[in-house]
Design a protein around this ligand. Structure first.
Ligand code: MLT
Ligand code: ZN
Length: 454
């Protein structure tokens, strides 16, 4: 136990009780041991810097902790590490209207940022089901995606400036919120998605955009997965989509039972898509729907008639993850190019059914981004260890299918502990070597989120 840690943090800002260690030492994954030695709550960049300097001097290992909503174990502390919570660095520091930039500390909750933007007459478009608890620093560290990537892109697109404390204790002020800056390597992008392995994100300049028009939601039913892709191209060639999400009948059954929701359509279909678009595009969207119905690509559809109905249709998609949580799902988060997707889904489905005839497989995801979430549900009679062991057995074959299509084994959930041993299926030996070399420059003593990603 480091006494110097107690010199740095007053007793209210350092916790070592079992409850605190269990709470701040993990994320939404439940399959890794949780055993940090302490949790600290810095309030300033200088305190984070002093902590990193101390960790280097005393050989402490540090794990960053945001809203702890991650799904790959990126914020899990299993080996006596010190957890660095950003809960107390949760202030919005400033807003520059002419730049459309809001400057935030790392611990600002996503929803707080969204609401702040709205009060200024602007919009922060990155959104997902966990926006009520996820924190900006964690979103940046994992380059979080979510439900409107098809229109607005990932977190990376909205970060105009980034302040980080590297593993050597340097403070870097990357890109300073500039629009144009042609001065060589853009280190900001190195830290985005680095999962806290190179440095801690402490502050960010976030770009805002115009508030979109009111949105309308459509849910469509499909007999065949291929129909979904045809419908995606047809709609996309006619209107700007804000979201194009997908879920299977089993996903719908789980979420309607869990949240006590109405089914969207009278007739059930093997697959569904949820589309969102500007209200001014309703006429074009309705014409596109008629066309796709005439072609036999969709079987049925519903268009929201009010904001309340749009919100309840969204629940069918956003509530899926939560509805599966009691079944301790093994989560796959795969992406391929959209063109590859129908055939990819067929081969993955075939592999899964052959390998796991006894497991329930739940498909959903951000189909407009080429991102599939395949969740395998744990049967009641298997222990979590046995179940995860069986799920991992198939990963080499599954990830080969991804690799053959030059896809990603982690589209938006990050690598963390869960996907670390499989990174070679998405990154080449040369890339991995460069990643390790960068790590050794920015974190030579390996104190920053050890054991994650690489
Ligand atoms: C989602 O798309 O619902 C989230 O990525 C969470 C999940 O995959 O479970
Ligand atoms: Zn997702």
């Amino acid at each position: 136990m480091s006494e110097s840690l107690d010199k740095l943090f007053s007793p209210t800002r350092i916790k070592r009780d079992a409850d605190a260690l269990a709470t701040w030492g993990c994320d939404w994954t439940r399959s890794f041991p949780v055993a940090p030695s302490a949790v600290v709550f810095p309030e300033t960049i200088e305190e984070v810097q002093a902590l990193v300097v101390l960790a280097n001097a005393e050989g402490l290992q540090l794990v960053p902790s945001g809203g702890r909503t991650g799904l790959s174990g990126g914020a899990v502390a299993s080996h006596g590490e010190v957890v660095v919570s950003f809960d107390r660095m949760n202030r919005i520091i400033g807003f520059a209207p002419a730049d459309r930039l809001v400057t935030c500390q790392a611990g600002v909750v996503t929803q707080t940022l969204q609401e702040f933007a709205e009060r200024q007459g602007y919009f922060y478009p990155v959104d997902f089901a966990s926006s009520g608890s996820s924190q900006l620093g964690g979103n940046i560290a994992t380059n979080a995606g979510g439900i409107r990537v098809i229109r607005y892109g990932m977190t990376r697109n909205w970060i105009a400036g980034l302040t980080v404390v590297t593993g050597t204790g340097e403070i870097l002020d990357c890109n300073q919120g500039l629009v144009k800056n042609a001065t060589g390597y853009d280190l900001r992008h190195l830290f985005i998605g680095s999962e806290g392995t190179l440095g801690f994100i402490v502050e960010a300049d976030v770009r805002l955009t115009r508030i979109p028009e009111p949105q309308r939601v459509m849910v469509l039913g499909f007999e065949e997965f291929r129909g979904i892709l045809k419908v995606l191209s047809h709609f996309q060639s006619r209107i700007e989509l804000s979201a194009f999400e997908f879920f299977s009948e089993l996903a719908l059954q789980k979420v309607t039972a869990h949240r006590k929701l109405q089914r969207p359509l009278a007739k059930s279909s093997p697959f569904y898509a949820l589309l969102e678009f500007d209200a001014s595009a309703v006429a074009d969207a309705s014409a596109a729907f008629e066309h796709t119905l005439g072609e036999g690509w969709v079987t049925d559809g519903v268009l929201s008639q009010s904001d309340a109905q749009a919100a309840s249709l969204w629940q069918l998609r956003e509530g899926i993850s939560e509805s599966l949580a009691p079944c301790s799902p093994y989560k796959n988060d795969l992406s391929v190019r959209i063109t590859e997707m129908p055939e990819f889904l067929d081969v993955v489905d075939e592999l899964m059914r052959a390998s796991y005839p006894d497991f329930e497989l739940v498909w959903y995801g951000h189909i407009g981004d080429g991102n599939l979430h395949l969740n395998i549900l744990k049967p009641d009679d298997l222990s979590i260890e046995e179940f995860y062991g069986r799920c991992r057995e198939i990963n080499p074959r599954l990830f080969e299918l991804v690799q053959e299509r030059r896809g990603s084994i982690s589209a938006e959930h990050g690598v963390g502990l869960l996907k670390k041993e499989f990174l070679e299926y998405s990154r080449s030996p040369a890339e991995l070597e460069i990643m390790r070399a960068l790590k050794s420059v920015l974190d030579p003593n390996g104190i920053m989120n050890p054991g994650k990603l690489l």
